[in-house]
Design a protein around this ligand. Structure first.
Ligand code: PMV
Length: 308
């Protein structure tokens, strides 16, 4: 018998990096992109197999560790069997691959022992594993991935689930350049030491944008939302978090009729997201591919059902 447990990728709509310094941020799940963990109960001690997935340096340990801390937290007996990971989420590209794999393993490990894990408990365990990957994460990735709902997030507070008034059509375009979150976060930390006034003001302005974006999302004001995405991208760029490849993709999306576009996640590589009306989707996608995107994923956010 096998059964499968999963968690989605995610995109940060607004507020990445500023969220590390206490500002709010908004993130959405990408249910179409998933990490899955297949379980096979056996009599032998737990083995985790990463199939065509992570390739992330040192990933094997975090995978084992996630199963281990789930077992400890739930007070389970020693786990037996196999967990096979299959992930569609590109790694090191700001789409939450690591957190999604951890979340899927937590659910699978509980299932191997014949039980389930509550989202609140799973969220705190995935956060522990995120810390192994990049020091002091804000916690936004694990929260949006475990709860699989659009959320307004501020470190130290309960995530607030957002009601998105009009469905958001996003195109997610991968620059093909892998970048480590920890490097981008360290870059901002250095900038705060060297140019504190400049960096602090930019982070504060990003936080202010997030508040406006929340109102637009709830009111369904997509044109304004798009403008705010461009403003957020400009601030991230000023902080040195964009790259020529990402800027070219943002410009291509806007030229094709996207309402707004920005890098998403840690930056310096990875993905951009473009808010794209249905009528412009084909043109924007073609332009993104011509501008160097290695993949373009289409996602519709709002009103989606959670998958098994
Ligand atoms: O890991 P990524 O690329 O999704 O980026 C995480 C977002 C940051 O704000 C840069 C870091 C954090 O811990 O929130």
């Amino acid at each position: 018998m096998t059964a499968s447990f999963s968690a989605p990728g995610k995109a940060i709509l607004f507020g990445e990096h500023a969220v590390v310094y206490g500002q709010p941020a908004i993130a959405v799940p990408l249910p179409q992109l998933r990490a899955r963990a297949l379980i096979r109960p056996l009599d032998s001690p737990l083995k985790i197999i990463a199939e065509g997935a992570p390739g992330r340096r040192g990933i094997q340990d975090p995978l084992q560790k996630m199963a281990e801390i789930t077992q400890q937290q739930l007070g389970l007996p020693r786990l037996n069997g196999e967990i096979t990971i299959q992930s569609q989420i590109p790694i090191a590209s700001g789409l939450g691959s690591g957190a999604a794999v951890s979340a899927a393993i937590g659910r699978a490990a509980a299932a191997l022992a014949g039980t389930t894990i509550r989202d609140e408990v799973l969220n705190s365990l995935v956060y522990e594993i995120e810390k192994l990957h990049h020091g002091k994460p804000s916690g936004i990735d694990n929260s949006v991935i475990v709860f699989e709902r659009p959320l307004y997030f501020r470190t130290g507070y309960q995530p607030e689930f957002l009601r998105i008034n009009a469905p958001l059509r996003l195109l997610v375009a991968d620059s093909g350049v892998a970048a480590l979150t920890r490097d981008a976060v360290a870059h901002v930390q250095r900038l705060l030491q060297r140019q504190p006034d400049f960096a602090r003001e930019a982070l504060q302005r990003i936080g202010n944008l997030v508040e406006s974006a929340r109102r637009c999302l709830e009111a369904g004001e997509q044109a304004r939302l798009g403008q705010l995405m461009c403003e957020n991208h400009a601030l991230l760029r000023a902080l040195g978090l964009s790259s020529p490849a990402l800027d070219v993709l943002v410009a291509a999306a806007l030229a094709g009729g996207a309402l707004g576009a920005k890098l998403s996640g840690a930056g310096m590589g990875g993905n951009i997201i473009a808010l794209t009306p249905a009528a412009a989707a084909v043109d924007v996608e073609q332009r993104l591919m011509r501008a160097g995107a290695v993949t373009v994923i289409s996602a519709s956010i709002g009103g989606e059902q959670r998958q098994a």
